[in-house]
Ligand binder design. Sequence first.
Ligand SMILES: Nc1ncnc2c1ncn2[C@@H]1O[C@H](COP(=O)(O)OP(=O)(O)OP(=O)(O)O)[C@@H](O)[C@H]1O
Ligand SMILES: [Mg+2]
Length: 258
Amino acid sequence: MTNELIIKDLHVQVENKLILKGLSLRIRQGEIHAIMGPNGSGKSTLAYTLMGHPRYQVLKGDILYKGQSLLGLAPDERARMGLFLAFQYPVAIPGLSLANFLRAAVDAVKGDQQGNNGKPSIPVTEFRRRLNEKMALLQMDNSFAQRYLNEGFSGGEKKRAEILQMAMLEPEIVILDETDSGLDIDALRVVAQGVNSLVGPEMGVLVITHYQRILNYIKPQFVHILAHGQIVASGGPELALQLEEEGYDRYTKNANGG
Ligand SMILES: Nc1ncnc2c1ncn2[C@@H]1O[C@H](COP(=O)(O)OP(=O)(O)OP(=O)(O)O)[C@@H](O)[C@H]1O
Ligand SMILES: [Mg+2]
């Protein structure tokens, strides 16, 4: 059975402002989709809504995953169903090492919630083995896991930490918001290679970006343009290249006055 994320006629309001106005999209496991769109078009709004951020109010429409509506589910329940959101602006937590953060995250998302009396459900040795394996896959130095979460991390290191988190959680649907922002070309390549090494028939990916650049490395089969709160065009990778040439003008004029 393929698990499909189905976004149907989604209307989302933030602080009394209607941002998404009937957005529909389907993502199957094994597919890579990219959403592009101008600043303020609602890309991050979509990402936060998918993860269940309480500030983003769904007024109409539905989000279905594995045949179930996600709308009543809290973010952690969505994560346990297999969704993962890489944030545009990751937070720093002084005093918490990356390794301990990942341990807690893995337990929260993959652990047995019933009857483990608060004990971590993955043995330490097994956790370490998997952590080392994933860090090697992402070409990360072992010492990196002992640093405090995001504290003093460079932009590229934050992104690597995020991709490492993704590798450890083994999600089925990944939403990457603006993962190219602030990355130099080498870091971008590493992040993209990391994502690519994890993508497979088991994982669906939604890459949210306004530059075509990252799509040279993470190759989407489907590209969608978000404007005026809706998907206004969909196509293959050629659509991203066309945007790079022509900009968003064609899609942003002639409606709502902007
Ligand atoms: N918490 C909030 N409070 C008020 N307005 C918000 C909030 N979150 C989003 N908005 C508004 O919603 C609109 C869409 O914002 P969003 O962050 O989704 O755009 P975006 O497409 O991700 O833009 P960017 O390309 O700059 O990241 C903007 O007008 C923004 O000001
Ligand atoms: Mg954004």
